[in-house]
Design a protein around this ligand. Structure first.
Ligand SMILES: C[S@@+](CC[C@H](N)C(=O)[O-])C[C@H]1O[C@@H](n2cnc3c(N)ncnc32)[C@H](O)[C@@H]1O
Length: 255
């Protein structure tokens, strides 16, 4: 997952400690992964058209999309299969996909181009920094985190995205009534998600525990195969309540 388009990370290679003692999750590793010629071409040709470069200033979604439709943030869209299907099924919502993986960004750019999709924009950067620096408080209608890297070894659990400090930051970016939807096929991560989301005072569970998969989230090939093999998948859908956003002591860049 190396990227010539990627900004140098502002984080140290593992988990960056802030002055406040909070941790800044480093949820991905840069790996060399196969990228097809068509994904490479899509990156070269389409990245300027459909992506925004990371910067330390708040995004203006209405300018970016040319309309005021509700904005959904997707973190870690992988190859963009789900992103494409949801964006096509929900033309009155805007989707901002954040992904670090070069081949995945190329793949989603190609899907956007092949299918003439106008309601997706991409940021190829660490989602933690994007949310912290570019997303205005109380501005999102929804957040999708589908099958985030499970980091199965216990000593790597600190790399998991769904942890209290990041969920608190994410929740602060949701409008009251906005939702956060997570899905995972790792039972132990599902339990962690349920615990972390349930503990967040600004969120309310829409179900008693796990949610049924909503119709708008399509089954991916990978998920279908897992289900056939008898593996479980857990969805969680929480909404932001009206509690005012507390002052967040979220770490800015490393000193
Ligand atoms: C296991 S894949 C799942 C992809 C996709 N959501 C799906 O359901 O198939 C997790 C993805 O999250 C991306 N990712 C992990 N941490 C990230 C971060 N901090 N910022 C952006 N993308 C991240 C990885 O590059 C990877 O493509």
């Amino acid at each position: 997952m190396t990227s010539s388009n990627e900004k140098p990370s502002l984080l140290s290679p593992n988990v960056a400690n802030s002055n406040s003692g909070e941790t800044h999750i480093r949820s991905f590793v840069h790996r060399r992964a196969h990228i097809t010629p068509s994904q490479e071409q899509a990156l070269a040709r389409l990245l300027p058209q459909w992506s925004i470069t990371y910067r330390d200033s708040i995004l203006k979604p209405a300018t970016l999309f040319g309309n005021d439709n509700p904005l959904i943030l997707e973190i870690g869209f992988g190859m963009g299969e789900t992103t494409q299907k949801i964006a096509q099924a929900r033309p009155d919502d805007n989707f901002l996909g954040v992904e670090v993986f070069n081949a995945g960004v190329g793949a989603l750019l190609k899907r956007i181009d092949d299918n003439q999709i106008s309601n997706i924009r991409i940021i190829q950067h660490d989602a933690v920094e994007v949310v912290r620096d570019m997303i205005a408080p109380a501005s999102l209608a929804g957040i999708h985190i589908y099958f985030p890297d499970p980091w199965p070894k216990k000593r790597h659990h600190k790399r998991r995205l769904v942890q209290s400090p990041f969920i608190q930051l994410l929740t602060s970016r949701l409008k009251p009534g906005g939702y956060i939807h997570c899905a995972t096929d790792w039972e132990n991560y599902a339990e962690q998600m349920l615990e972390v989301l349930s503990a967040e005072s600004m969120l309310s569970n829409t179900h008693n525990g796990y949610a049924p998969r909503p119709d708008f989230r399509p089954l991916t090939k990978f998920e279908n195969r897992g289900l056939r093999l008898g593996h479980g998948v857990w969805d969680l859908i929480f909404t932001r309540n009206d509690t005012p956003t507390p002052e967040l002591n979220w770490p800015k860049k490393e000193q």
